[in-house]
Design a protein around this ligand. Structure first.
Ligand code: KIV
Length: 277
């Protein structure tokens, strides 16, 4: 089944939404084959794919390249692509860059922020582009802040709930809730008609998302309480590469089963020509 934005919206209250990030063809193919509902080409690519300390240096050209690769791999999942830092400074830039991501193969774009960006969201949706919101911890604006859970106080919780309502009114089809206390995420989820997708925001959200490198244990530099590691791939990959190196050094790889050989009659003629035994 080729999922659409409508299918994601209609999933609220029917079936939890499964979402995951991907940035390249191979991973996206595997996620799609596993039946994931939504693939986010997140700007977390800056950290896990490009080796930056945070998402700030990510450029539109990076996001377009990753989106094109994911789009080539995806037959069923909905593909959403992040507008990176400083790619939505004003309304016309927001619209132009959203169009670039859609032209690269995204079904929708994601933009970080609450009440301060509703005018941009209205402008983008006004051009017929589907938008996913993102509130709570917003990696693009927390560079100088400590990474902390959102919604600890009534005041902050109310502001998050109001932001979610405003985003819904602005036309987003779904909202990412990042690192929000589960009680607040529950109220938000019950206050809006559109689905919420949580990351570190508890089980009351309508769906869940994780960064693929975190859940596969591929990127171990930072550890978050909310990440469940389903594999320890970095460990397995290092072991496999060590075995490979060792087999090369011991002349065990390649074996005859990994080699190509010419016809014996031709080989005999060749040996004769060069005087080889
Ligand atoms: O960039 C990203 O991967 C994200 C997710 C963490 C939601 O925004």
């Amino acid at each position: 089944m080729n999922r659409s934005i409508h299918d994601i919206v209609n999933q609220k209250k029917q079936k939890k939404i499964s979402a995951i990030t991907s940035y390249d063809y191979t991973m996206a193919s595997l996620c799609d084959e596993a039946g994931i509902d939504l693939i986010l080409v997140g700007d977390s690519a800056g950290v896990v794919m490009l080796g930056y300390e945070n998402t700030i240096p990510v450029k539109m050209r990076d996001m377009c390249l990753f989106t094109e690769a994911v789009n080539r791999a995806t037959k069923n999942a909905v593909v959403v692509s992040d507008l990176p830092f400083r790619s939505y400074n004003n309304i016309s830039q927001s619209i132009n860059n959203s169009r670039r991501l859609i032209a690269s193969g995204a079904d929708a774009i994601k933009i970080e922020g609450g009440s301060q960006i509703t005018n941009k969201i209205k402008a983008i949706t006004g051009k017929g582009i589907s938008v996913m919101g993102h509130i709570g911890l917003q990696p693009q604006t927390m560079i100088h802040e400590k990474r902390r859970i959102r919604g600890d106080t009534k005041t902050e919780a109310v502001s998050l709930i109001e932001d979610a309502r405003l985003l819904e009114k602005s036309g987003v089809f779904c909202i990412i809730l990042e690192m929000i206390n589960y009680e607040v995420a529950k109220i938000i989820t019950n206050s809006v008609e559109i689905p919420t997708i949580g990351i570190g925001s508890g089980s009351y959200c309508d769906g869940q998302i994780l960064v693929i490198h975190d859940m596969l244990g591929l990127y171990d530099k930072v550890k978050f309480k909310f990440v469940k590691k389903y594999l320890s791939l970095s460990h397995d990959i290092i072991n496999a590469i060590k075995m490979y190196k060792n087999e090369i050094e011991q002349n065990e790889f390649p074996s005859t089963s990994n080699c190509f050989s010419m016809k014996q009659t031709e080989y005999q003629k060749l040996k004769k020509l060069y005087g080889v035994n």
